[in-house]
Write a protein that binds this ligand. Structure first.
Ligand code: NAI
Length: 481
């Protein structure tokens, strides 16, 4: 019987392995983690991550061929295929700080695999890693191998949070990279056989190790670049009276461009885009390619500009000060249908408003008060470590930030509303009731273009919608200080 073990029970390890277990009933899958609370949650009715459809898949397999455990060494020792899906944070200190990937967790996982293994294993990189990580991992494994053969594969994950189960059931492609040696090819076939249970063979792409590693970074860089491109256009639309939705639609109908990922917004977030681009930038710099590095750096700069521009719009529209004013923040997750807040633009927007002494009332249907306060207190890049190893920072004052469990509660008596996540429920609020319960003039700053601007203006709101023709009120206000 094939046994799979996945080290790291996070947003990638958990859903990916649950789907493998569902689609391959004859394979035993163990997901292991050093974080006991996370494993306990995977074994409970309240899974540690919110992902549509995930509960169902886990319930069908858990206890049959899907197991969640903290007994990392036992399950690694028993497995034929070991996936490694641990954190790969951006380094905050030392060589490459602020850009390079910190492979501490990866390296410790590799050393542990070498320590506990008693039989040959295929070791699969599932985490997003710098190009040539496989070579480093191979060295660790072979120098400690005690006669055991390890074959390393790169199998980067392309799922998107919020649609992870759908993406895993029906992936655009599965990418498997391996050495061009007989052992490498044999390992590729073994992993391809796992995915072939449900993925058509023509969608399983097999490449060399380095292409697979680089493809993941390249894919995220291209996706983020589309968002920064349309966001850069949104600033120009506001300046010229063009409507970014109309521009996106017009260019998206060109089959060479395509319609997806062209929505203007307050900025991209999530655990991957910024981290992977920084990583790419670092690799370019290390390979003597500063022009290429600068090209990709600009994608992040435009993202930061978009968040700053949004905050400045709010402050300048509200008579150049939000000091002491209640601002309702609707949505904190980095996108809808997930509770994930890693690198969410909401963090920078809220910090910007707090910097101008606003009082925030935040509502997100999937994010807890504890998480929000932690995010607002945490230093850049500190979030990407196993929970118990995250550096502790002073908590955000509850005087300036309240977290509530209802949109209307957040909005009550506020001067302005910021929509920062495109949750469907924000489209369908009773905006007349909202208006009646706010201070006047009542402002809405829509960072996701979810509201019906005309309807809201008819009610009496002053509306700012990213990249849309400006309200007369906003026209003369500076967008960027
Ligand atoms: P995560 O933070 O949710 O999960 C990582 C888990 O690994 C944590 O639960 C942590 O406790 C555990 N861990 C760390 N070191 C360990 C060790 N030595 N032994 C056992 N467990 C250990 O991270 P997430 O989001 O699942 O990402 C994992 C990797 O996948 C990262 O490299 C990320 O860049 C990549 N990725 C993430 C995607 C996403 O949408 N979140 C999509 C594609 C790739």
């Amino acid at each position: 019987m094939v046994k799979i073990c996945c080290i790291g029970a996070g947003y990638v390890g958990g859903p990916t392995m649950a789907v493998i277990a569902l689609k391959c009933p004859e394979i035993e899958v163990a997901v292991v983690d050093i974080a006991t609370p996370r494993i306990n949650a995977w074994n409970s009715d309240h899974l540690p991550i919110y992902e549509p459809g995930l509960d169902d898949v886990v319930k069908k397999c858990r206890g049959k061929n899907l197991f969640f455990s903290t007994d990392v060494e036992k399950h690694v020792a028993e497995a034929n295929i070991v996936f490694v899906s641990v954190n790969t944070p951006t380094k905050t200190q030392g060589l490459g700080a602020g850009k390079a990937a910190d492979l501490t967790y990866w390296e410790s996982a590799a050393r542990m695999i070498a320590d506990v293994s008693k039989s040959d294993k295929i070791v699969v990189e599932k985490s997003t890693v710098p190009v040539k990580t496989a070579e480093a991992i191979e060295r660790i494994l072979t120098h400690n191998r005690k006669g055991i053969n390890f074959t390393i594969l790169s199998n980067p994950e392309f799922l998107a949070e919020g649609t992870a189960i759908k993406d895993l059931f029906n992936p655009d492609r599965v990418l498997i990279g391996g050495r061009e040696t007989p052992e490498g090819q044999k390992a590729i076939h073994a992993l391809r056989d796992v995915y072939a249970h449900w993925v058509p063979l023509d969608r399983i792409l097999c490449t060399n190790l380095w292409s697979a590693e680089l493809s993941k970074l390249a894919a995220n860089a291209f996706l983020a670049q589309r968002i920064s491109s349309v966001n850069a256009m949104s600033a120009l639309c506001e300046a010229t009276g063009a409507d970014v939705s109309q521009v996106s639609h017009s260019i998206g109908t060109d089959s060479r461009i395509g319609p997806k990922f062209l929505n203007a917004s307050v900025g991209f977030g999530g655990s991957c885009f910024q981290k992977d681009i920084l990583n790419l930038v670092y690799i370019c710099e290390c390979n003597g390619l500063p022009e290429v590095a600068n090209y990709w750096k600009q994608v992040i700069k435009v993202n930061d500009y978009q968040k700053a521009r949004f905050v400045n719009r709010i402050v300048s529209s509200m008579f150049n000060t939000v000091s002491g004013k209640k601002i309702a923040v609707l949505g904190f997750a980095f996108k809808k249908d997930t509770g994930d807040t890693r690198e969410t633009p909401a963090i920078d927007v809220c910090k910007g408003l707090l910097g101008d002494k606003a009082k925030l009332s935040i509502y997100d249907p999937q994010v807890s008060e504890e998480q929000i306060l932690k995010d607002l207190a945490m230093k850049k890049f500190d979030w990407d470590h196993p929970a118990h190893l995250q550096p502790t920072s002073p908590t955000t004052s509850k005087k300036e930030v309240s977290v509530v469990w209802d949109a209307y509660e957040a909005i009550k008596d506020s001067h302005g509303i910021c929509i920062l996540t495109e949750w469907d429920e924000f489209k369908n609020l009773d905006y007349q009731k909202v208006f009646d319960n706010m201070q006047k003039p009542a402002f809405i700053f829509d960072g996701r273009n979810v509201v019906d601007v005309k309807k809201l203006r008819d009610i009496g709101f002053i509306v700012y919608s990213i990249g849309k023709p400006l309200d007369a009120w906003l026209k003369d206000m500076p967008a960027v200080a």
